[in-house]
Design a protein around this ligand. Structure first.
Ligand SMILES: *Cc1c(COP(=O)(O)O)cnc(C)c1O
Length: 416
């Protein structure tokens, strides 16, 4: 993973390497100490509070008048536990002025969409968007009179053709959920900006360590912190980072809808963030080794891993990304869903579960057919009989052990 030295960051620490910065982010001395001993402890303590006390009524009355970040007012506006995490995430995203925290990644996506859209507007959404993102569009947004149009993730011309004078926002995701297509984010964001369309990207896969979304033209960068940032499968959280103008709007929507995260979870997420670079580096290396092994197997029709040389999306990934992660999919050759499920059930080292980005490896069956509107599954160029896919989230285990586990499970698939 290379250092993050792209211009635009507000951080005083930008000249230092990523690993050094991750060690220092969010540790302002007045958050980690007392007035007479600033910086007394390493990590910001957990401030569990609904109530912030004022010295007198005059100060109490002043409280609501100053709606500033980092200022005590009421528990919903946070404390150093949440401010430290938000500040660290802002410093990691070049071009960001601020970061809002949400109780889940889905809440962050909803917060960004509700900030950018009003009744009568049209939303464009990449056809490989995370399924709950599609659900917001088909449910809440549709009921509010917001129409969504889906477009082929890898066809900027399809995006341009889908735009109309009512289009106000586009939701991008790259690599997209399940099928992992890589989008030309700079081209799509430039086209959106030229039309006054707010571009929102779900950047959960790469995080700003692997893809600096705002520096590549996106207006709002959303992440599910539940995945890489938490990193230990024990918390739910989301974030949205943006430049000054959109950050102010995100914050207004979030404050009016009462978005708040627990100080305990914020503290856990900040702890996760300290080790994200080394976890992603190791997961990426293991995922690449496993993807390369799978690609050579006769049972595998296609590996959907843009980090793998020769795979779909690799060229754009190489151009725009500085890192990857352990999440990718692959398609089994022929057979049926029962054989695919038998393969998954035979795995001993992979937990079967939704989510990903934890220290432990996970596996899920992938059936994208019902989740697409503008493009088909199997993808263009794939054999129609090859449709039963598997998604792996590679954790910190030994890659050789994981490969041996996959190998014995392929025996079960062959026998099914
Ligand atoms: C998991 C996920 C989310 C949602 O995050 P939660 O924290 O589970 O709400 C959003 N986008 C992508 C790509 C995800 O994988």
């Amino acid at each position: 993973m290379s250092d993050n030295k792209k211009p635009g960051s507000l951080s005083l620490l930008t000249s230092l390497s990523l690993f050094t910065r991750l060690t220092h982010l969010g540790r302002k001395p007045h958050w980690t100490g007392t007035p007479d001993h600033p910086g007394a402890v390493v990590s910001p303590p957990i401030w569990r509070a609904s109530t912030h006390l004022y010295p007198d009524t005059a100060a109490l009355k002043q409280g609501p008048k100053h709606n500033e970040d980092g200022r005590f007012f009421y528990g919903r506006r946070g404390s150093p536990s949440q401010w430290a995490l938000a500040d660290a995430l802002t410093q990691l995203e070049p071009g960001a002025f601020g970061t809002m925290l949400y109780p889940s990644g889905v809440a962050a996506i909803a917060g960004a969409l509700l900030t950018a859209l009003r009744p009568g507007d049209v939303l464009l959404m990449t056809d490989n968007a995370y399924e709950p993102s599609r659900a917001i569009a088909c449910g809440l947004l549709a009921e509010m009179g917001i129409v969504t149009r889906w477009f082929d993730p890898v066809d900027p011309a399809a995006f341009a053709a889908a735009c109309c004078d009512k289009t106000r926002a586009v939701l991008l995701e790259s690599p997209g959920s399940l099928t992992m297509e890589v989008q030309d984010i700079p081209a799509l964001c430039a086209a959106a900006r030229a039309r006054g369309i707010v571009s929102i990207i779900d950047n959960t896969w790469a995080s700003p360590l692997g893809f600096t979304a705002l520096a590549h033209g996106a207006d709002i960068s959303v992440m599910s912190l539940t995945k890489h940032v938490g990193g230990h499968s024990d918390l739910m959280m989301g974030s949205a980072s943006a430049g000054a103008e959109l950050y102010a709007k995100l914050r207004r929507t979030a404050q009016q809808t009462g978005q708040v995260v627990s100080p305990d979870d914020a503290s856990l997420a900040l702890r996760g963030l300290r080790t994200i670079a080394m976890r992603l580096e190791r997961e990426t290396a293991s995922a690449l080794a496993i993807a390369a092994w799978l690609e050579k197997r006769p049972e595998v029709a296609r590996v959907l891993c843009p980090m793998l040389p020769g795979s779909p999306g690799h060229a754009v990934w190489l151009r725009d990304f500085t890192g990857g992660c352990g999440l990718f999919s692959f398609v089994l050759k022929g057979k049926d869903a029962a054989a695919r499920d038998a393969f998954i059930d035979a795995l001993k080292l992979f937990g079967i579960g939704y989510s990903w980005g934890g220290f432990e490896s996970l596996v899920t069956p992938v059936d994208p057919a019902g989740l697409r509107s503008a493009t088909a599954w199997p993808l263009a160029g794939m054999n129609k009989a090859d449709r039963f896919a598997v998604r792996l989230s590679i954790g910190l285990e030994d890659a050789g052990d994981l490969i041996a586990d996959l190998e014995q499970a392929l025996v079960c698939w062959n026998a099914a």
